[in-house]
Design a protein around this ligand. Structure first.
Ligand code: FE2
Length: 185
C-alpha cells in the first residue's frame, strides 16, 4: 500500500546515493505502478492545486493537480525533477535557449503510470489535454520554492524571474473557471 511518509523517507534516503536522481526515479516508478493506491492515499483530485508534501533544502515533494484543459507557461527548475502521473495526462513541450529566445525542442506525453526525469537545465511547458483532472507527484532535488529560476512569456518567450505566486494564481483561476462552467451547467 502506498504510504506518503514512507515515500518521502525513501526519497530522502535516495539522496545519499551517488546518482540520487536515478534512485528517486526508481522510487517514483515503483509508486506509479499502483496509481490507484497513490490516488487513494492523496485523495481524489477535486480542484487544481499545488500541495507541498515535503519541503527541505535538498528535496521538495509536491502533489500537483491540473484542472481539465489547464496549461502552464514555459519555465525551468534549475534542479533535477522526477514527475510521476497517478491519474490523467501531462503533455510536456520542451524548449532550448537560442539566439532568438526560446526554440521548441520536442515534447513528451505522460500518461497514468508514466514517470520522467528532467535534468537541471530543462525548460518545459505543461498542459493537461483531458476533460478531467490530472494528478501527479513532482519530486525536485532541492528547495523548489527558494531557488531563483526563470519563466517565459508564452507568446513572446520573454524571460523573467519565476513568480511562485503567479503560478498559484494560475491554479486559483483554473478553479474559478471550473466553478463558472459548473454554474452555467
Ligand atoms: Fe515544471
Amino acid at each position: 500500500m502506498f504510504d506518503i511518509e514512507r515515500f518521502i523517507a525513501d526519497c530522502r534516503t535516495a539522496l545519499q546515493e551517488h546518482s540520487s536522481h536515478s534512485a528517486v526515479k526508481e522510487i517514483v516508478e515503483r509508486a506509479m505502478a499502483h496509481p490507484d493506491e497513490v490516488e487513494r492515499a492523496l485523495g481524489m483530485p477535486e480542484r487544481a492545486e499545488i500541495s507541498t508534501l515535503h519541503r527541505s533544502a535538498e528535496l521538495t515533494v509536491l502533489n500537483v493537480i491540473w484542472a481539465p484543459g489547464m496549461s502552464i507557461y514555459p519555465h525551468d527548475h534549475r534542479m533535477w525533477a522526477v514527475i510521476g502521473i497517478y491519474g490523467g495526462r501531462e503533455d510536456n513541450t520542451f524548449y532550448r535557449r537560442s539566439a532568438h529566445g526560446l526554440a521548441q525542442a520536442g515534447g513528451k506525453h505522460l500518461e497514468t503510470r508514466d514517470t520522467i526525469l528532467l535534468g537541471e537545465t530543462v525548460i518545459h511547458a505543461v498542459t493537461n489535454p483531458l476533460r478531467r483532472f490530472t494528478g501527479a507527484i513532482h519530486v525536485y532535488g532541492g528547495d523548489f520554492f527558494a531557488v531563483p529560476r526563470s519563466e517565459f512569456d508564452p507568446v513572446t518567450f520573454e524571460e523573467r524571474p519565476y513568480d511562485v505566486e503567479k503560478a498559484r494564481e494560475l491554479f486559483r483561476k483554473a478553479n474559478e473557471g471550473l466553478w463558472a462552467r459548473s454554474v452555467e451547467g
